[in-house]
Write a protein that binds this ligand. Structure first.
Ligand SMILES: Cc1ncc(COP(=O)(O)O)c(C=O)c1O
Length: 391
């Protein structure tokens, strides 16, 4: 084990040292070289150091350098040094974050993160949290809580009875809803094509004045941070309409929700705190290693009703049972890196990180525009949408 650990540290160090200067996308020959991993599976165990060497020698050069400082694709986070280190320690701990009895540390840390996160993201203090794989599953989890709450109000227990014969739920989305929300709706039996689509403006923001009258059980899916433009739906107006009609507002804030933690950007998220559920990613702007998404639900009882399951052998106590807040039972203790990120950054470190990133986006856009390249969006956050002379 000693040798293996020192080998992995040496190899990890080499990878990180090369990261800032190596090519971002892997060279085609290194990708083609991956076939060296496709060997006939041998009969006998082999030396773990050989396995590690094969992975590193063949695999490392076929990675995308998305953890490096010259990667600008999609909305992909890197890993802060303390989150990477915490991730390695967590791998050694190998905790099963299913129940408090299985991992007191995982359970406790999730609760600490809950308090810190609702404070920095300016959500209601009692808001519940679940640690999911990413924003797609966070959207799924929040929408499951919404489905529960709305049908419970109609006297229908969806967790026991399913959706066959249940009162219909109307789902309202913006014309530029993220595909992950549609995927979540399809997995929840709410359908991706039966949604009501609200027209959007040129930045992809829902036009609040185009909402139909809201009646009956309704979920409104809003966005804090459009994936192309970074724009925010008008949360304040939408939440007001929803409250009057008893509708549930879900916010897909995969990256944009973090604007609430940055004084110079928090105006974008105005009114978001009036929603009922919020999904975001920690593997994007918080820069923890993949995979790590977060779901927040204003009233814990709806999340618990939608997600918890019980069996005699699964010993429950008074403390937080991590699996009662997300779809998975056994899973890794993703709260560990979230705790490490927040602990190391502090509140001003976090807001600086967000504001610095937005500052770079503005500089990026300005530089491109100065070179005659067309920037298509209002650069309000971290997204820069450019057009390179294509018709
Ligand atoms: C607005 C929005 N929602 C949801 C997602 C899905 O996030 P994940 O890939 O972490 O599931 C993304 C990803 O970029 C996004 O930008």
């Amino acid at each position: 084990m000693d040798y293996l650990l020192s080998e992995v540290i040496m190899r990890a160090n080499r990878y990180l040292t090369e990261l800032p200067t190596r090519r971002v996308s892997p060279a085609p020959d290194t990708v083609a070289g991956l076939k060296r991993l496709d060997v006939p599976l041998q009969d006998h165990p082999i030396n773990p150091a050989t396995v590690l060497a094969e992975l590193d020698d063949v695999g490392s050069s076929a990675t995308v350098a998305s953890a490096g400082n010259r990667y600008f694709g999609f909305v992909t986070g890197g890993a802060l040094p303390p989150t990477m280190a915490a991730n390695m320690l967590a791998a050694v701990w190998d905790q099963n974050a299913v129940l408090e009895t299985a991992s007191p540390v995982a359970s406790f840390i999730e609760e600490v993160c809950r308090k810190w996160l609702v404070s920095v993201l300016r959500l209601p203090p009692q808001t519940a949290i679940g640690f999911a794989t990413g924003a797609t599953m966070a959207n799924f989890t929040g929408l499951a809580a919404a489905r529960h709450a709305l049908l419970q109000k109609q006297g229908w227990d969806v967790e026991s009875r399913g959706l066959f014969g249940a009162p219909a739920i109307e789902v309202i989305v913006g014309e530029e809803v993220h595909v992950s929300v549609l995927k979540a709706l399809s997995m929840l039996g709410l359908g991706r094509d039966r949604v009501v689509r609200i027209p959007v403006d040129d930045q992809g923001r829902m036009r609040a004045e185009s909402f139909p009258p809201i009646a009956g059980p309704t979920i409104i899916c809003t966005q804090a941070g459009n994936v192309n433009t970074g724009a925010f739906d008008p949360a304040e107006e939408i939440c007001l309409k929803a409250k009057e009609a008893g509708a549930w507002v879900h916010v897909d804030g995969a990256f944009g929700l973090w604007a609430a933690a940055a004084p110079k950007k928090s105006a974008l998220a105005k009114g978001v705190e009036n929603a009922d559920s919020w999904a975001t990613d920690a593997h994007k702007w918080l820069n923890v290693p993949y995979d790590s998404g977060l779901i927040f639900v204003r009233e814990a009882r709806h999340l618990l009703a939608a997600m918890s399951s019980h069996a005699a052998y699964l010993i429950e106590g008074e403390k937080r049972e991590p699996s009662h807040y997300v779809p998975e039972m056994s899973r890794r203790a993703r709260g560990i890196e979230v705790w490490a990120a927040l602990r190391s950054l502090g509140t001003t470190g976090l807001s600086d990180l967000i504001e610095r990133c937005c500052g770079f986006a503005a500089r990026f856009a300005e530089g491109l525009q100065n070179e005659g390249i067309q920037v298509l969006n209002d650069v309000v956050l971290n997204q820069v949408l450019v057009k390179f002379g294509l018709k």
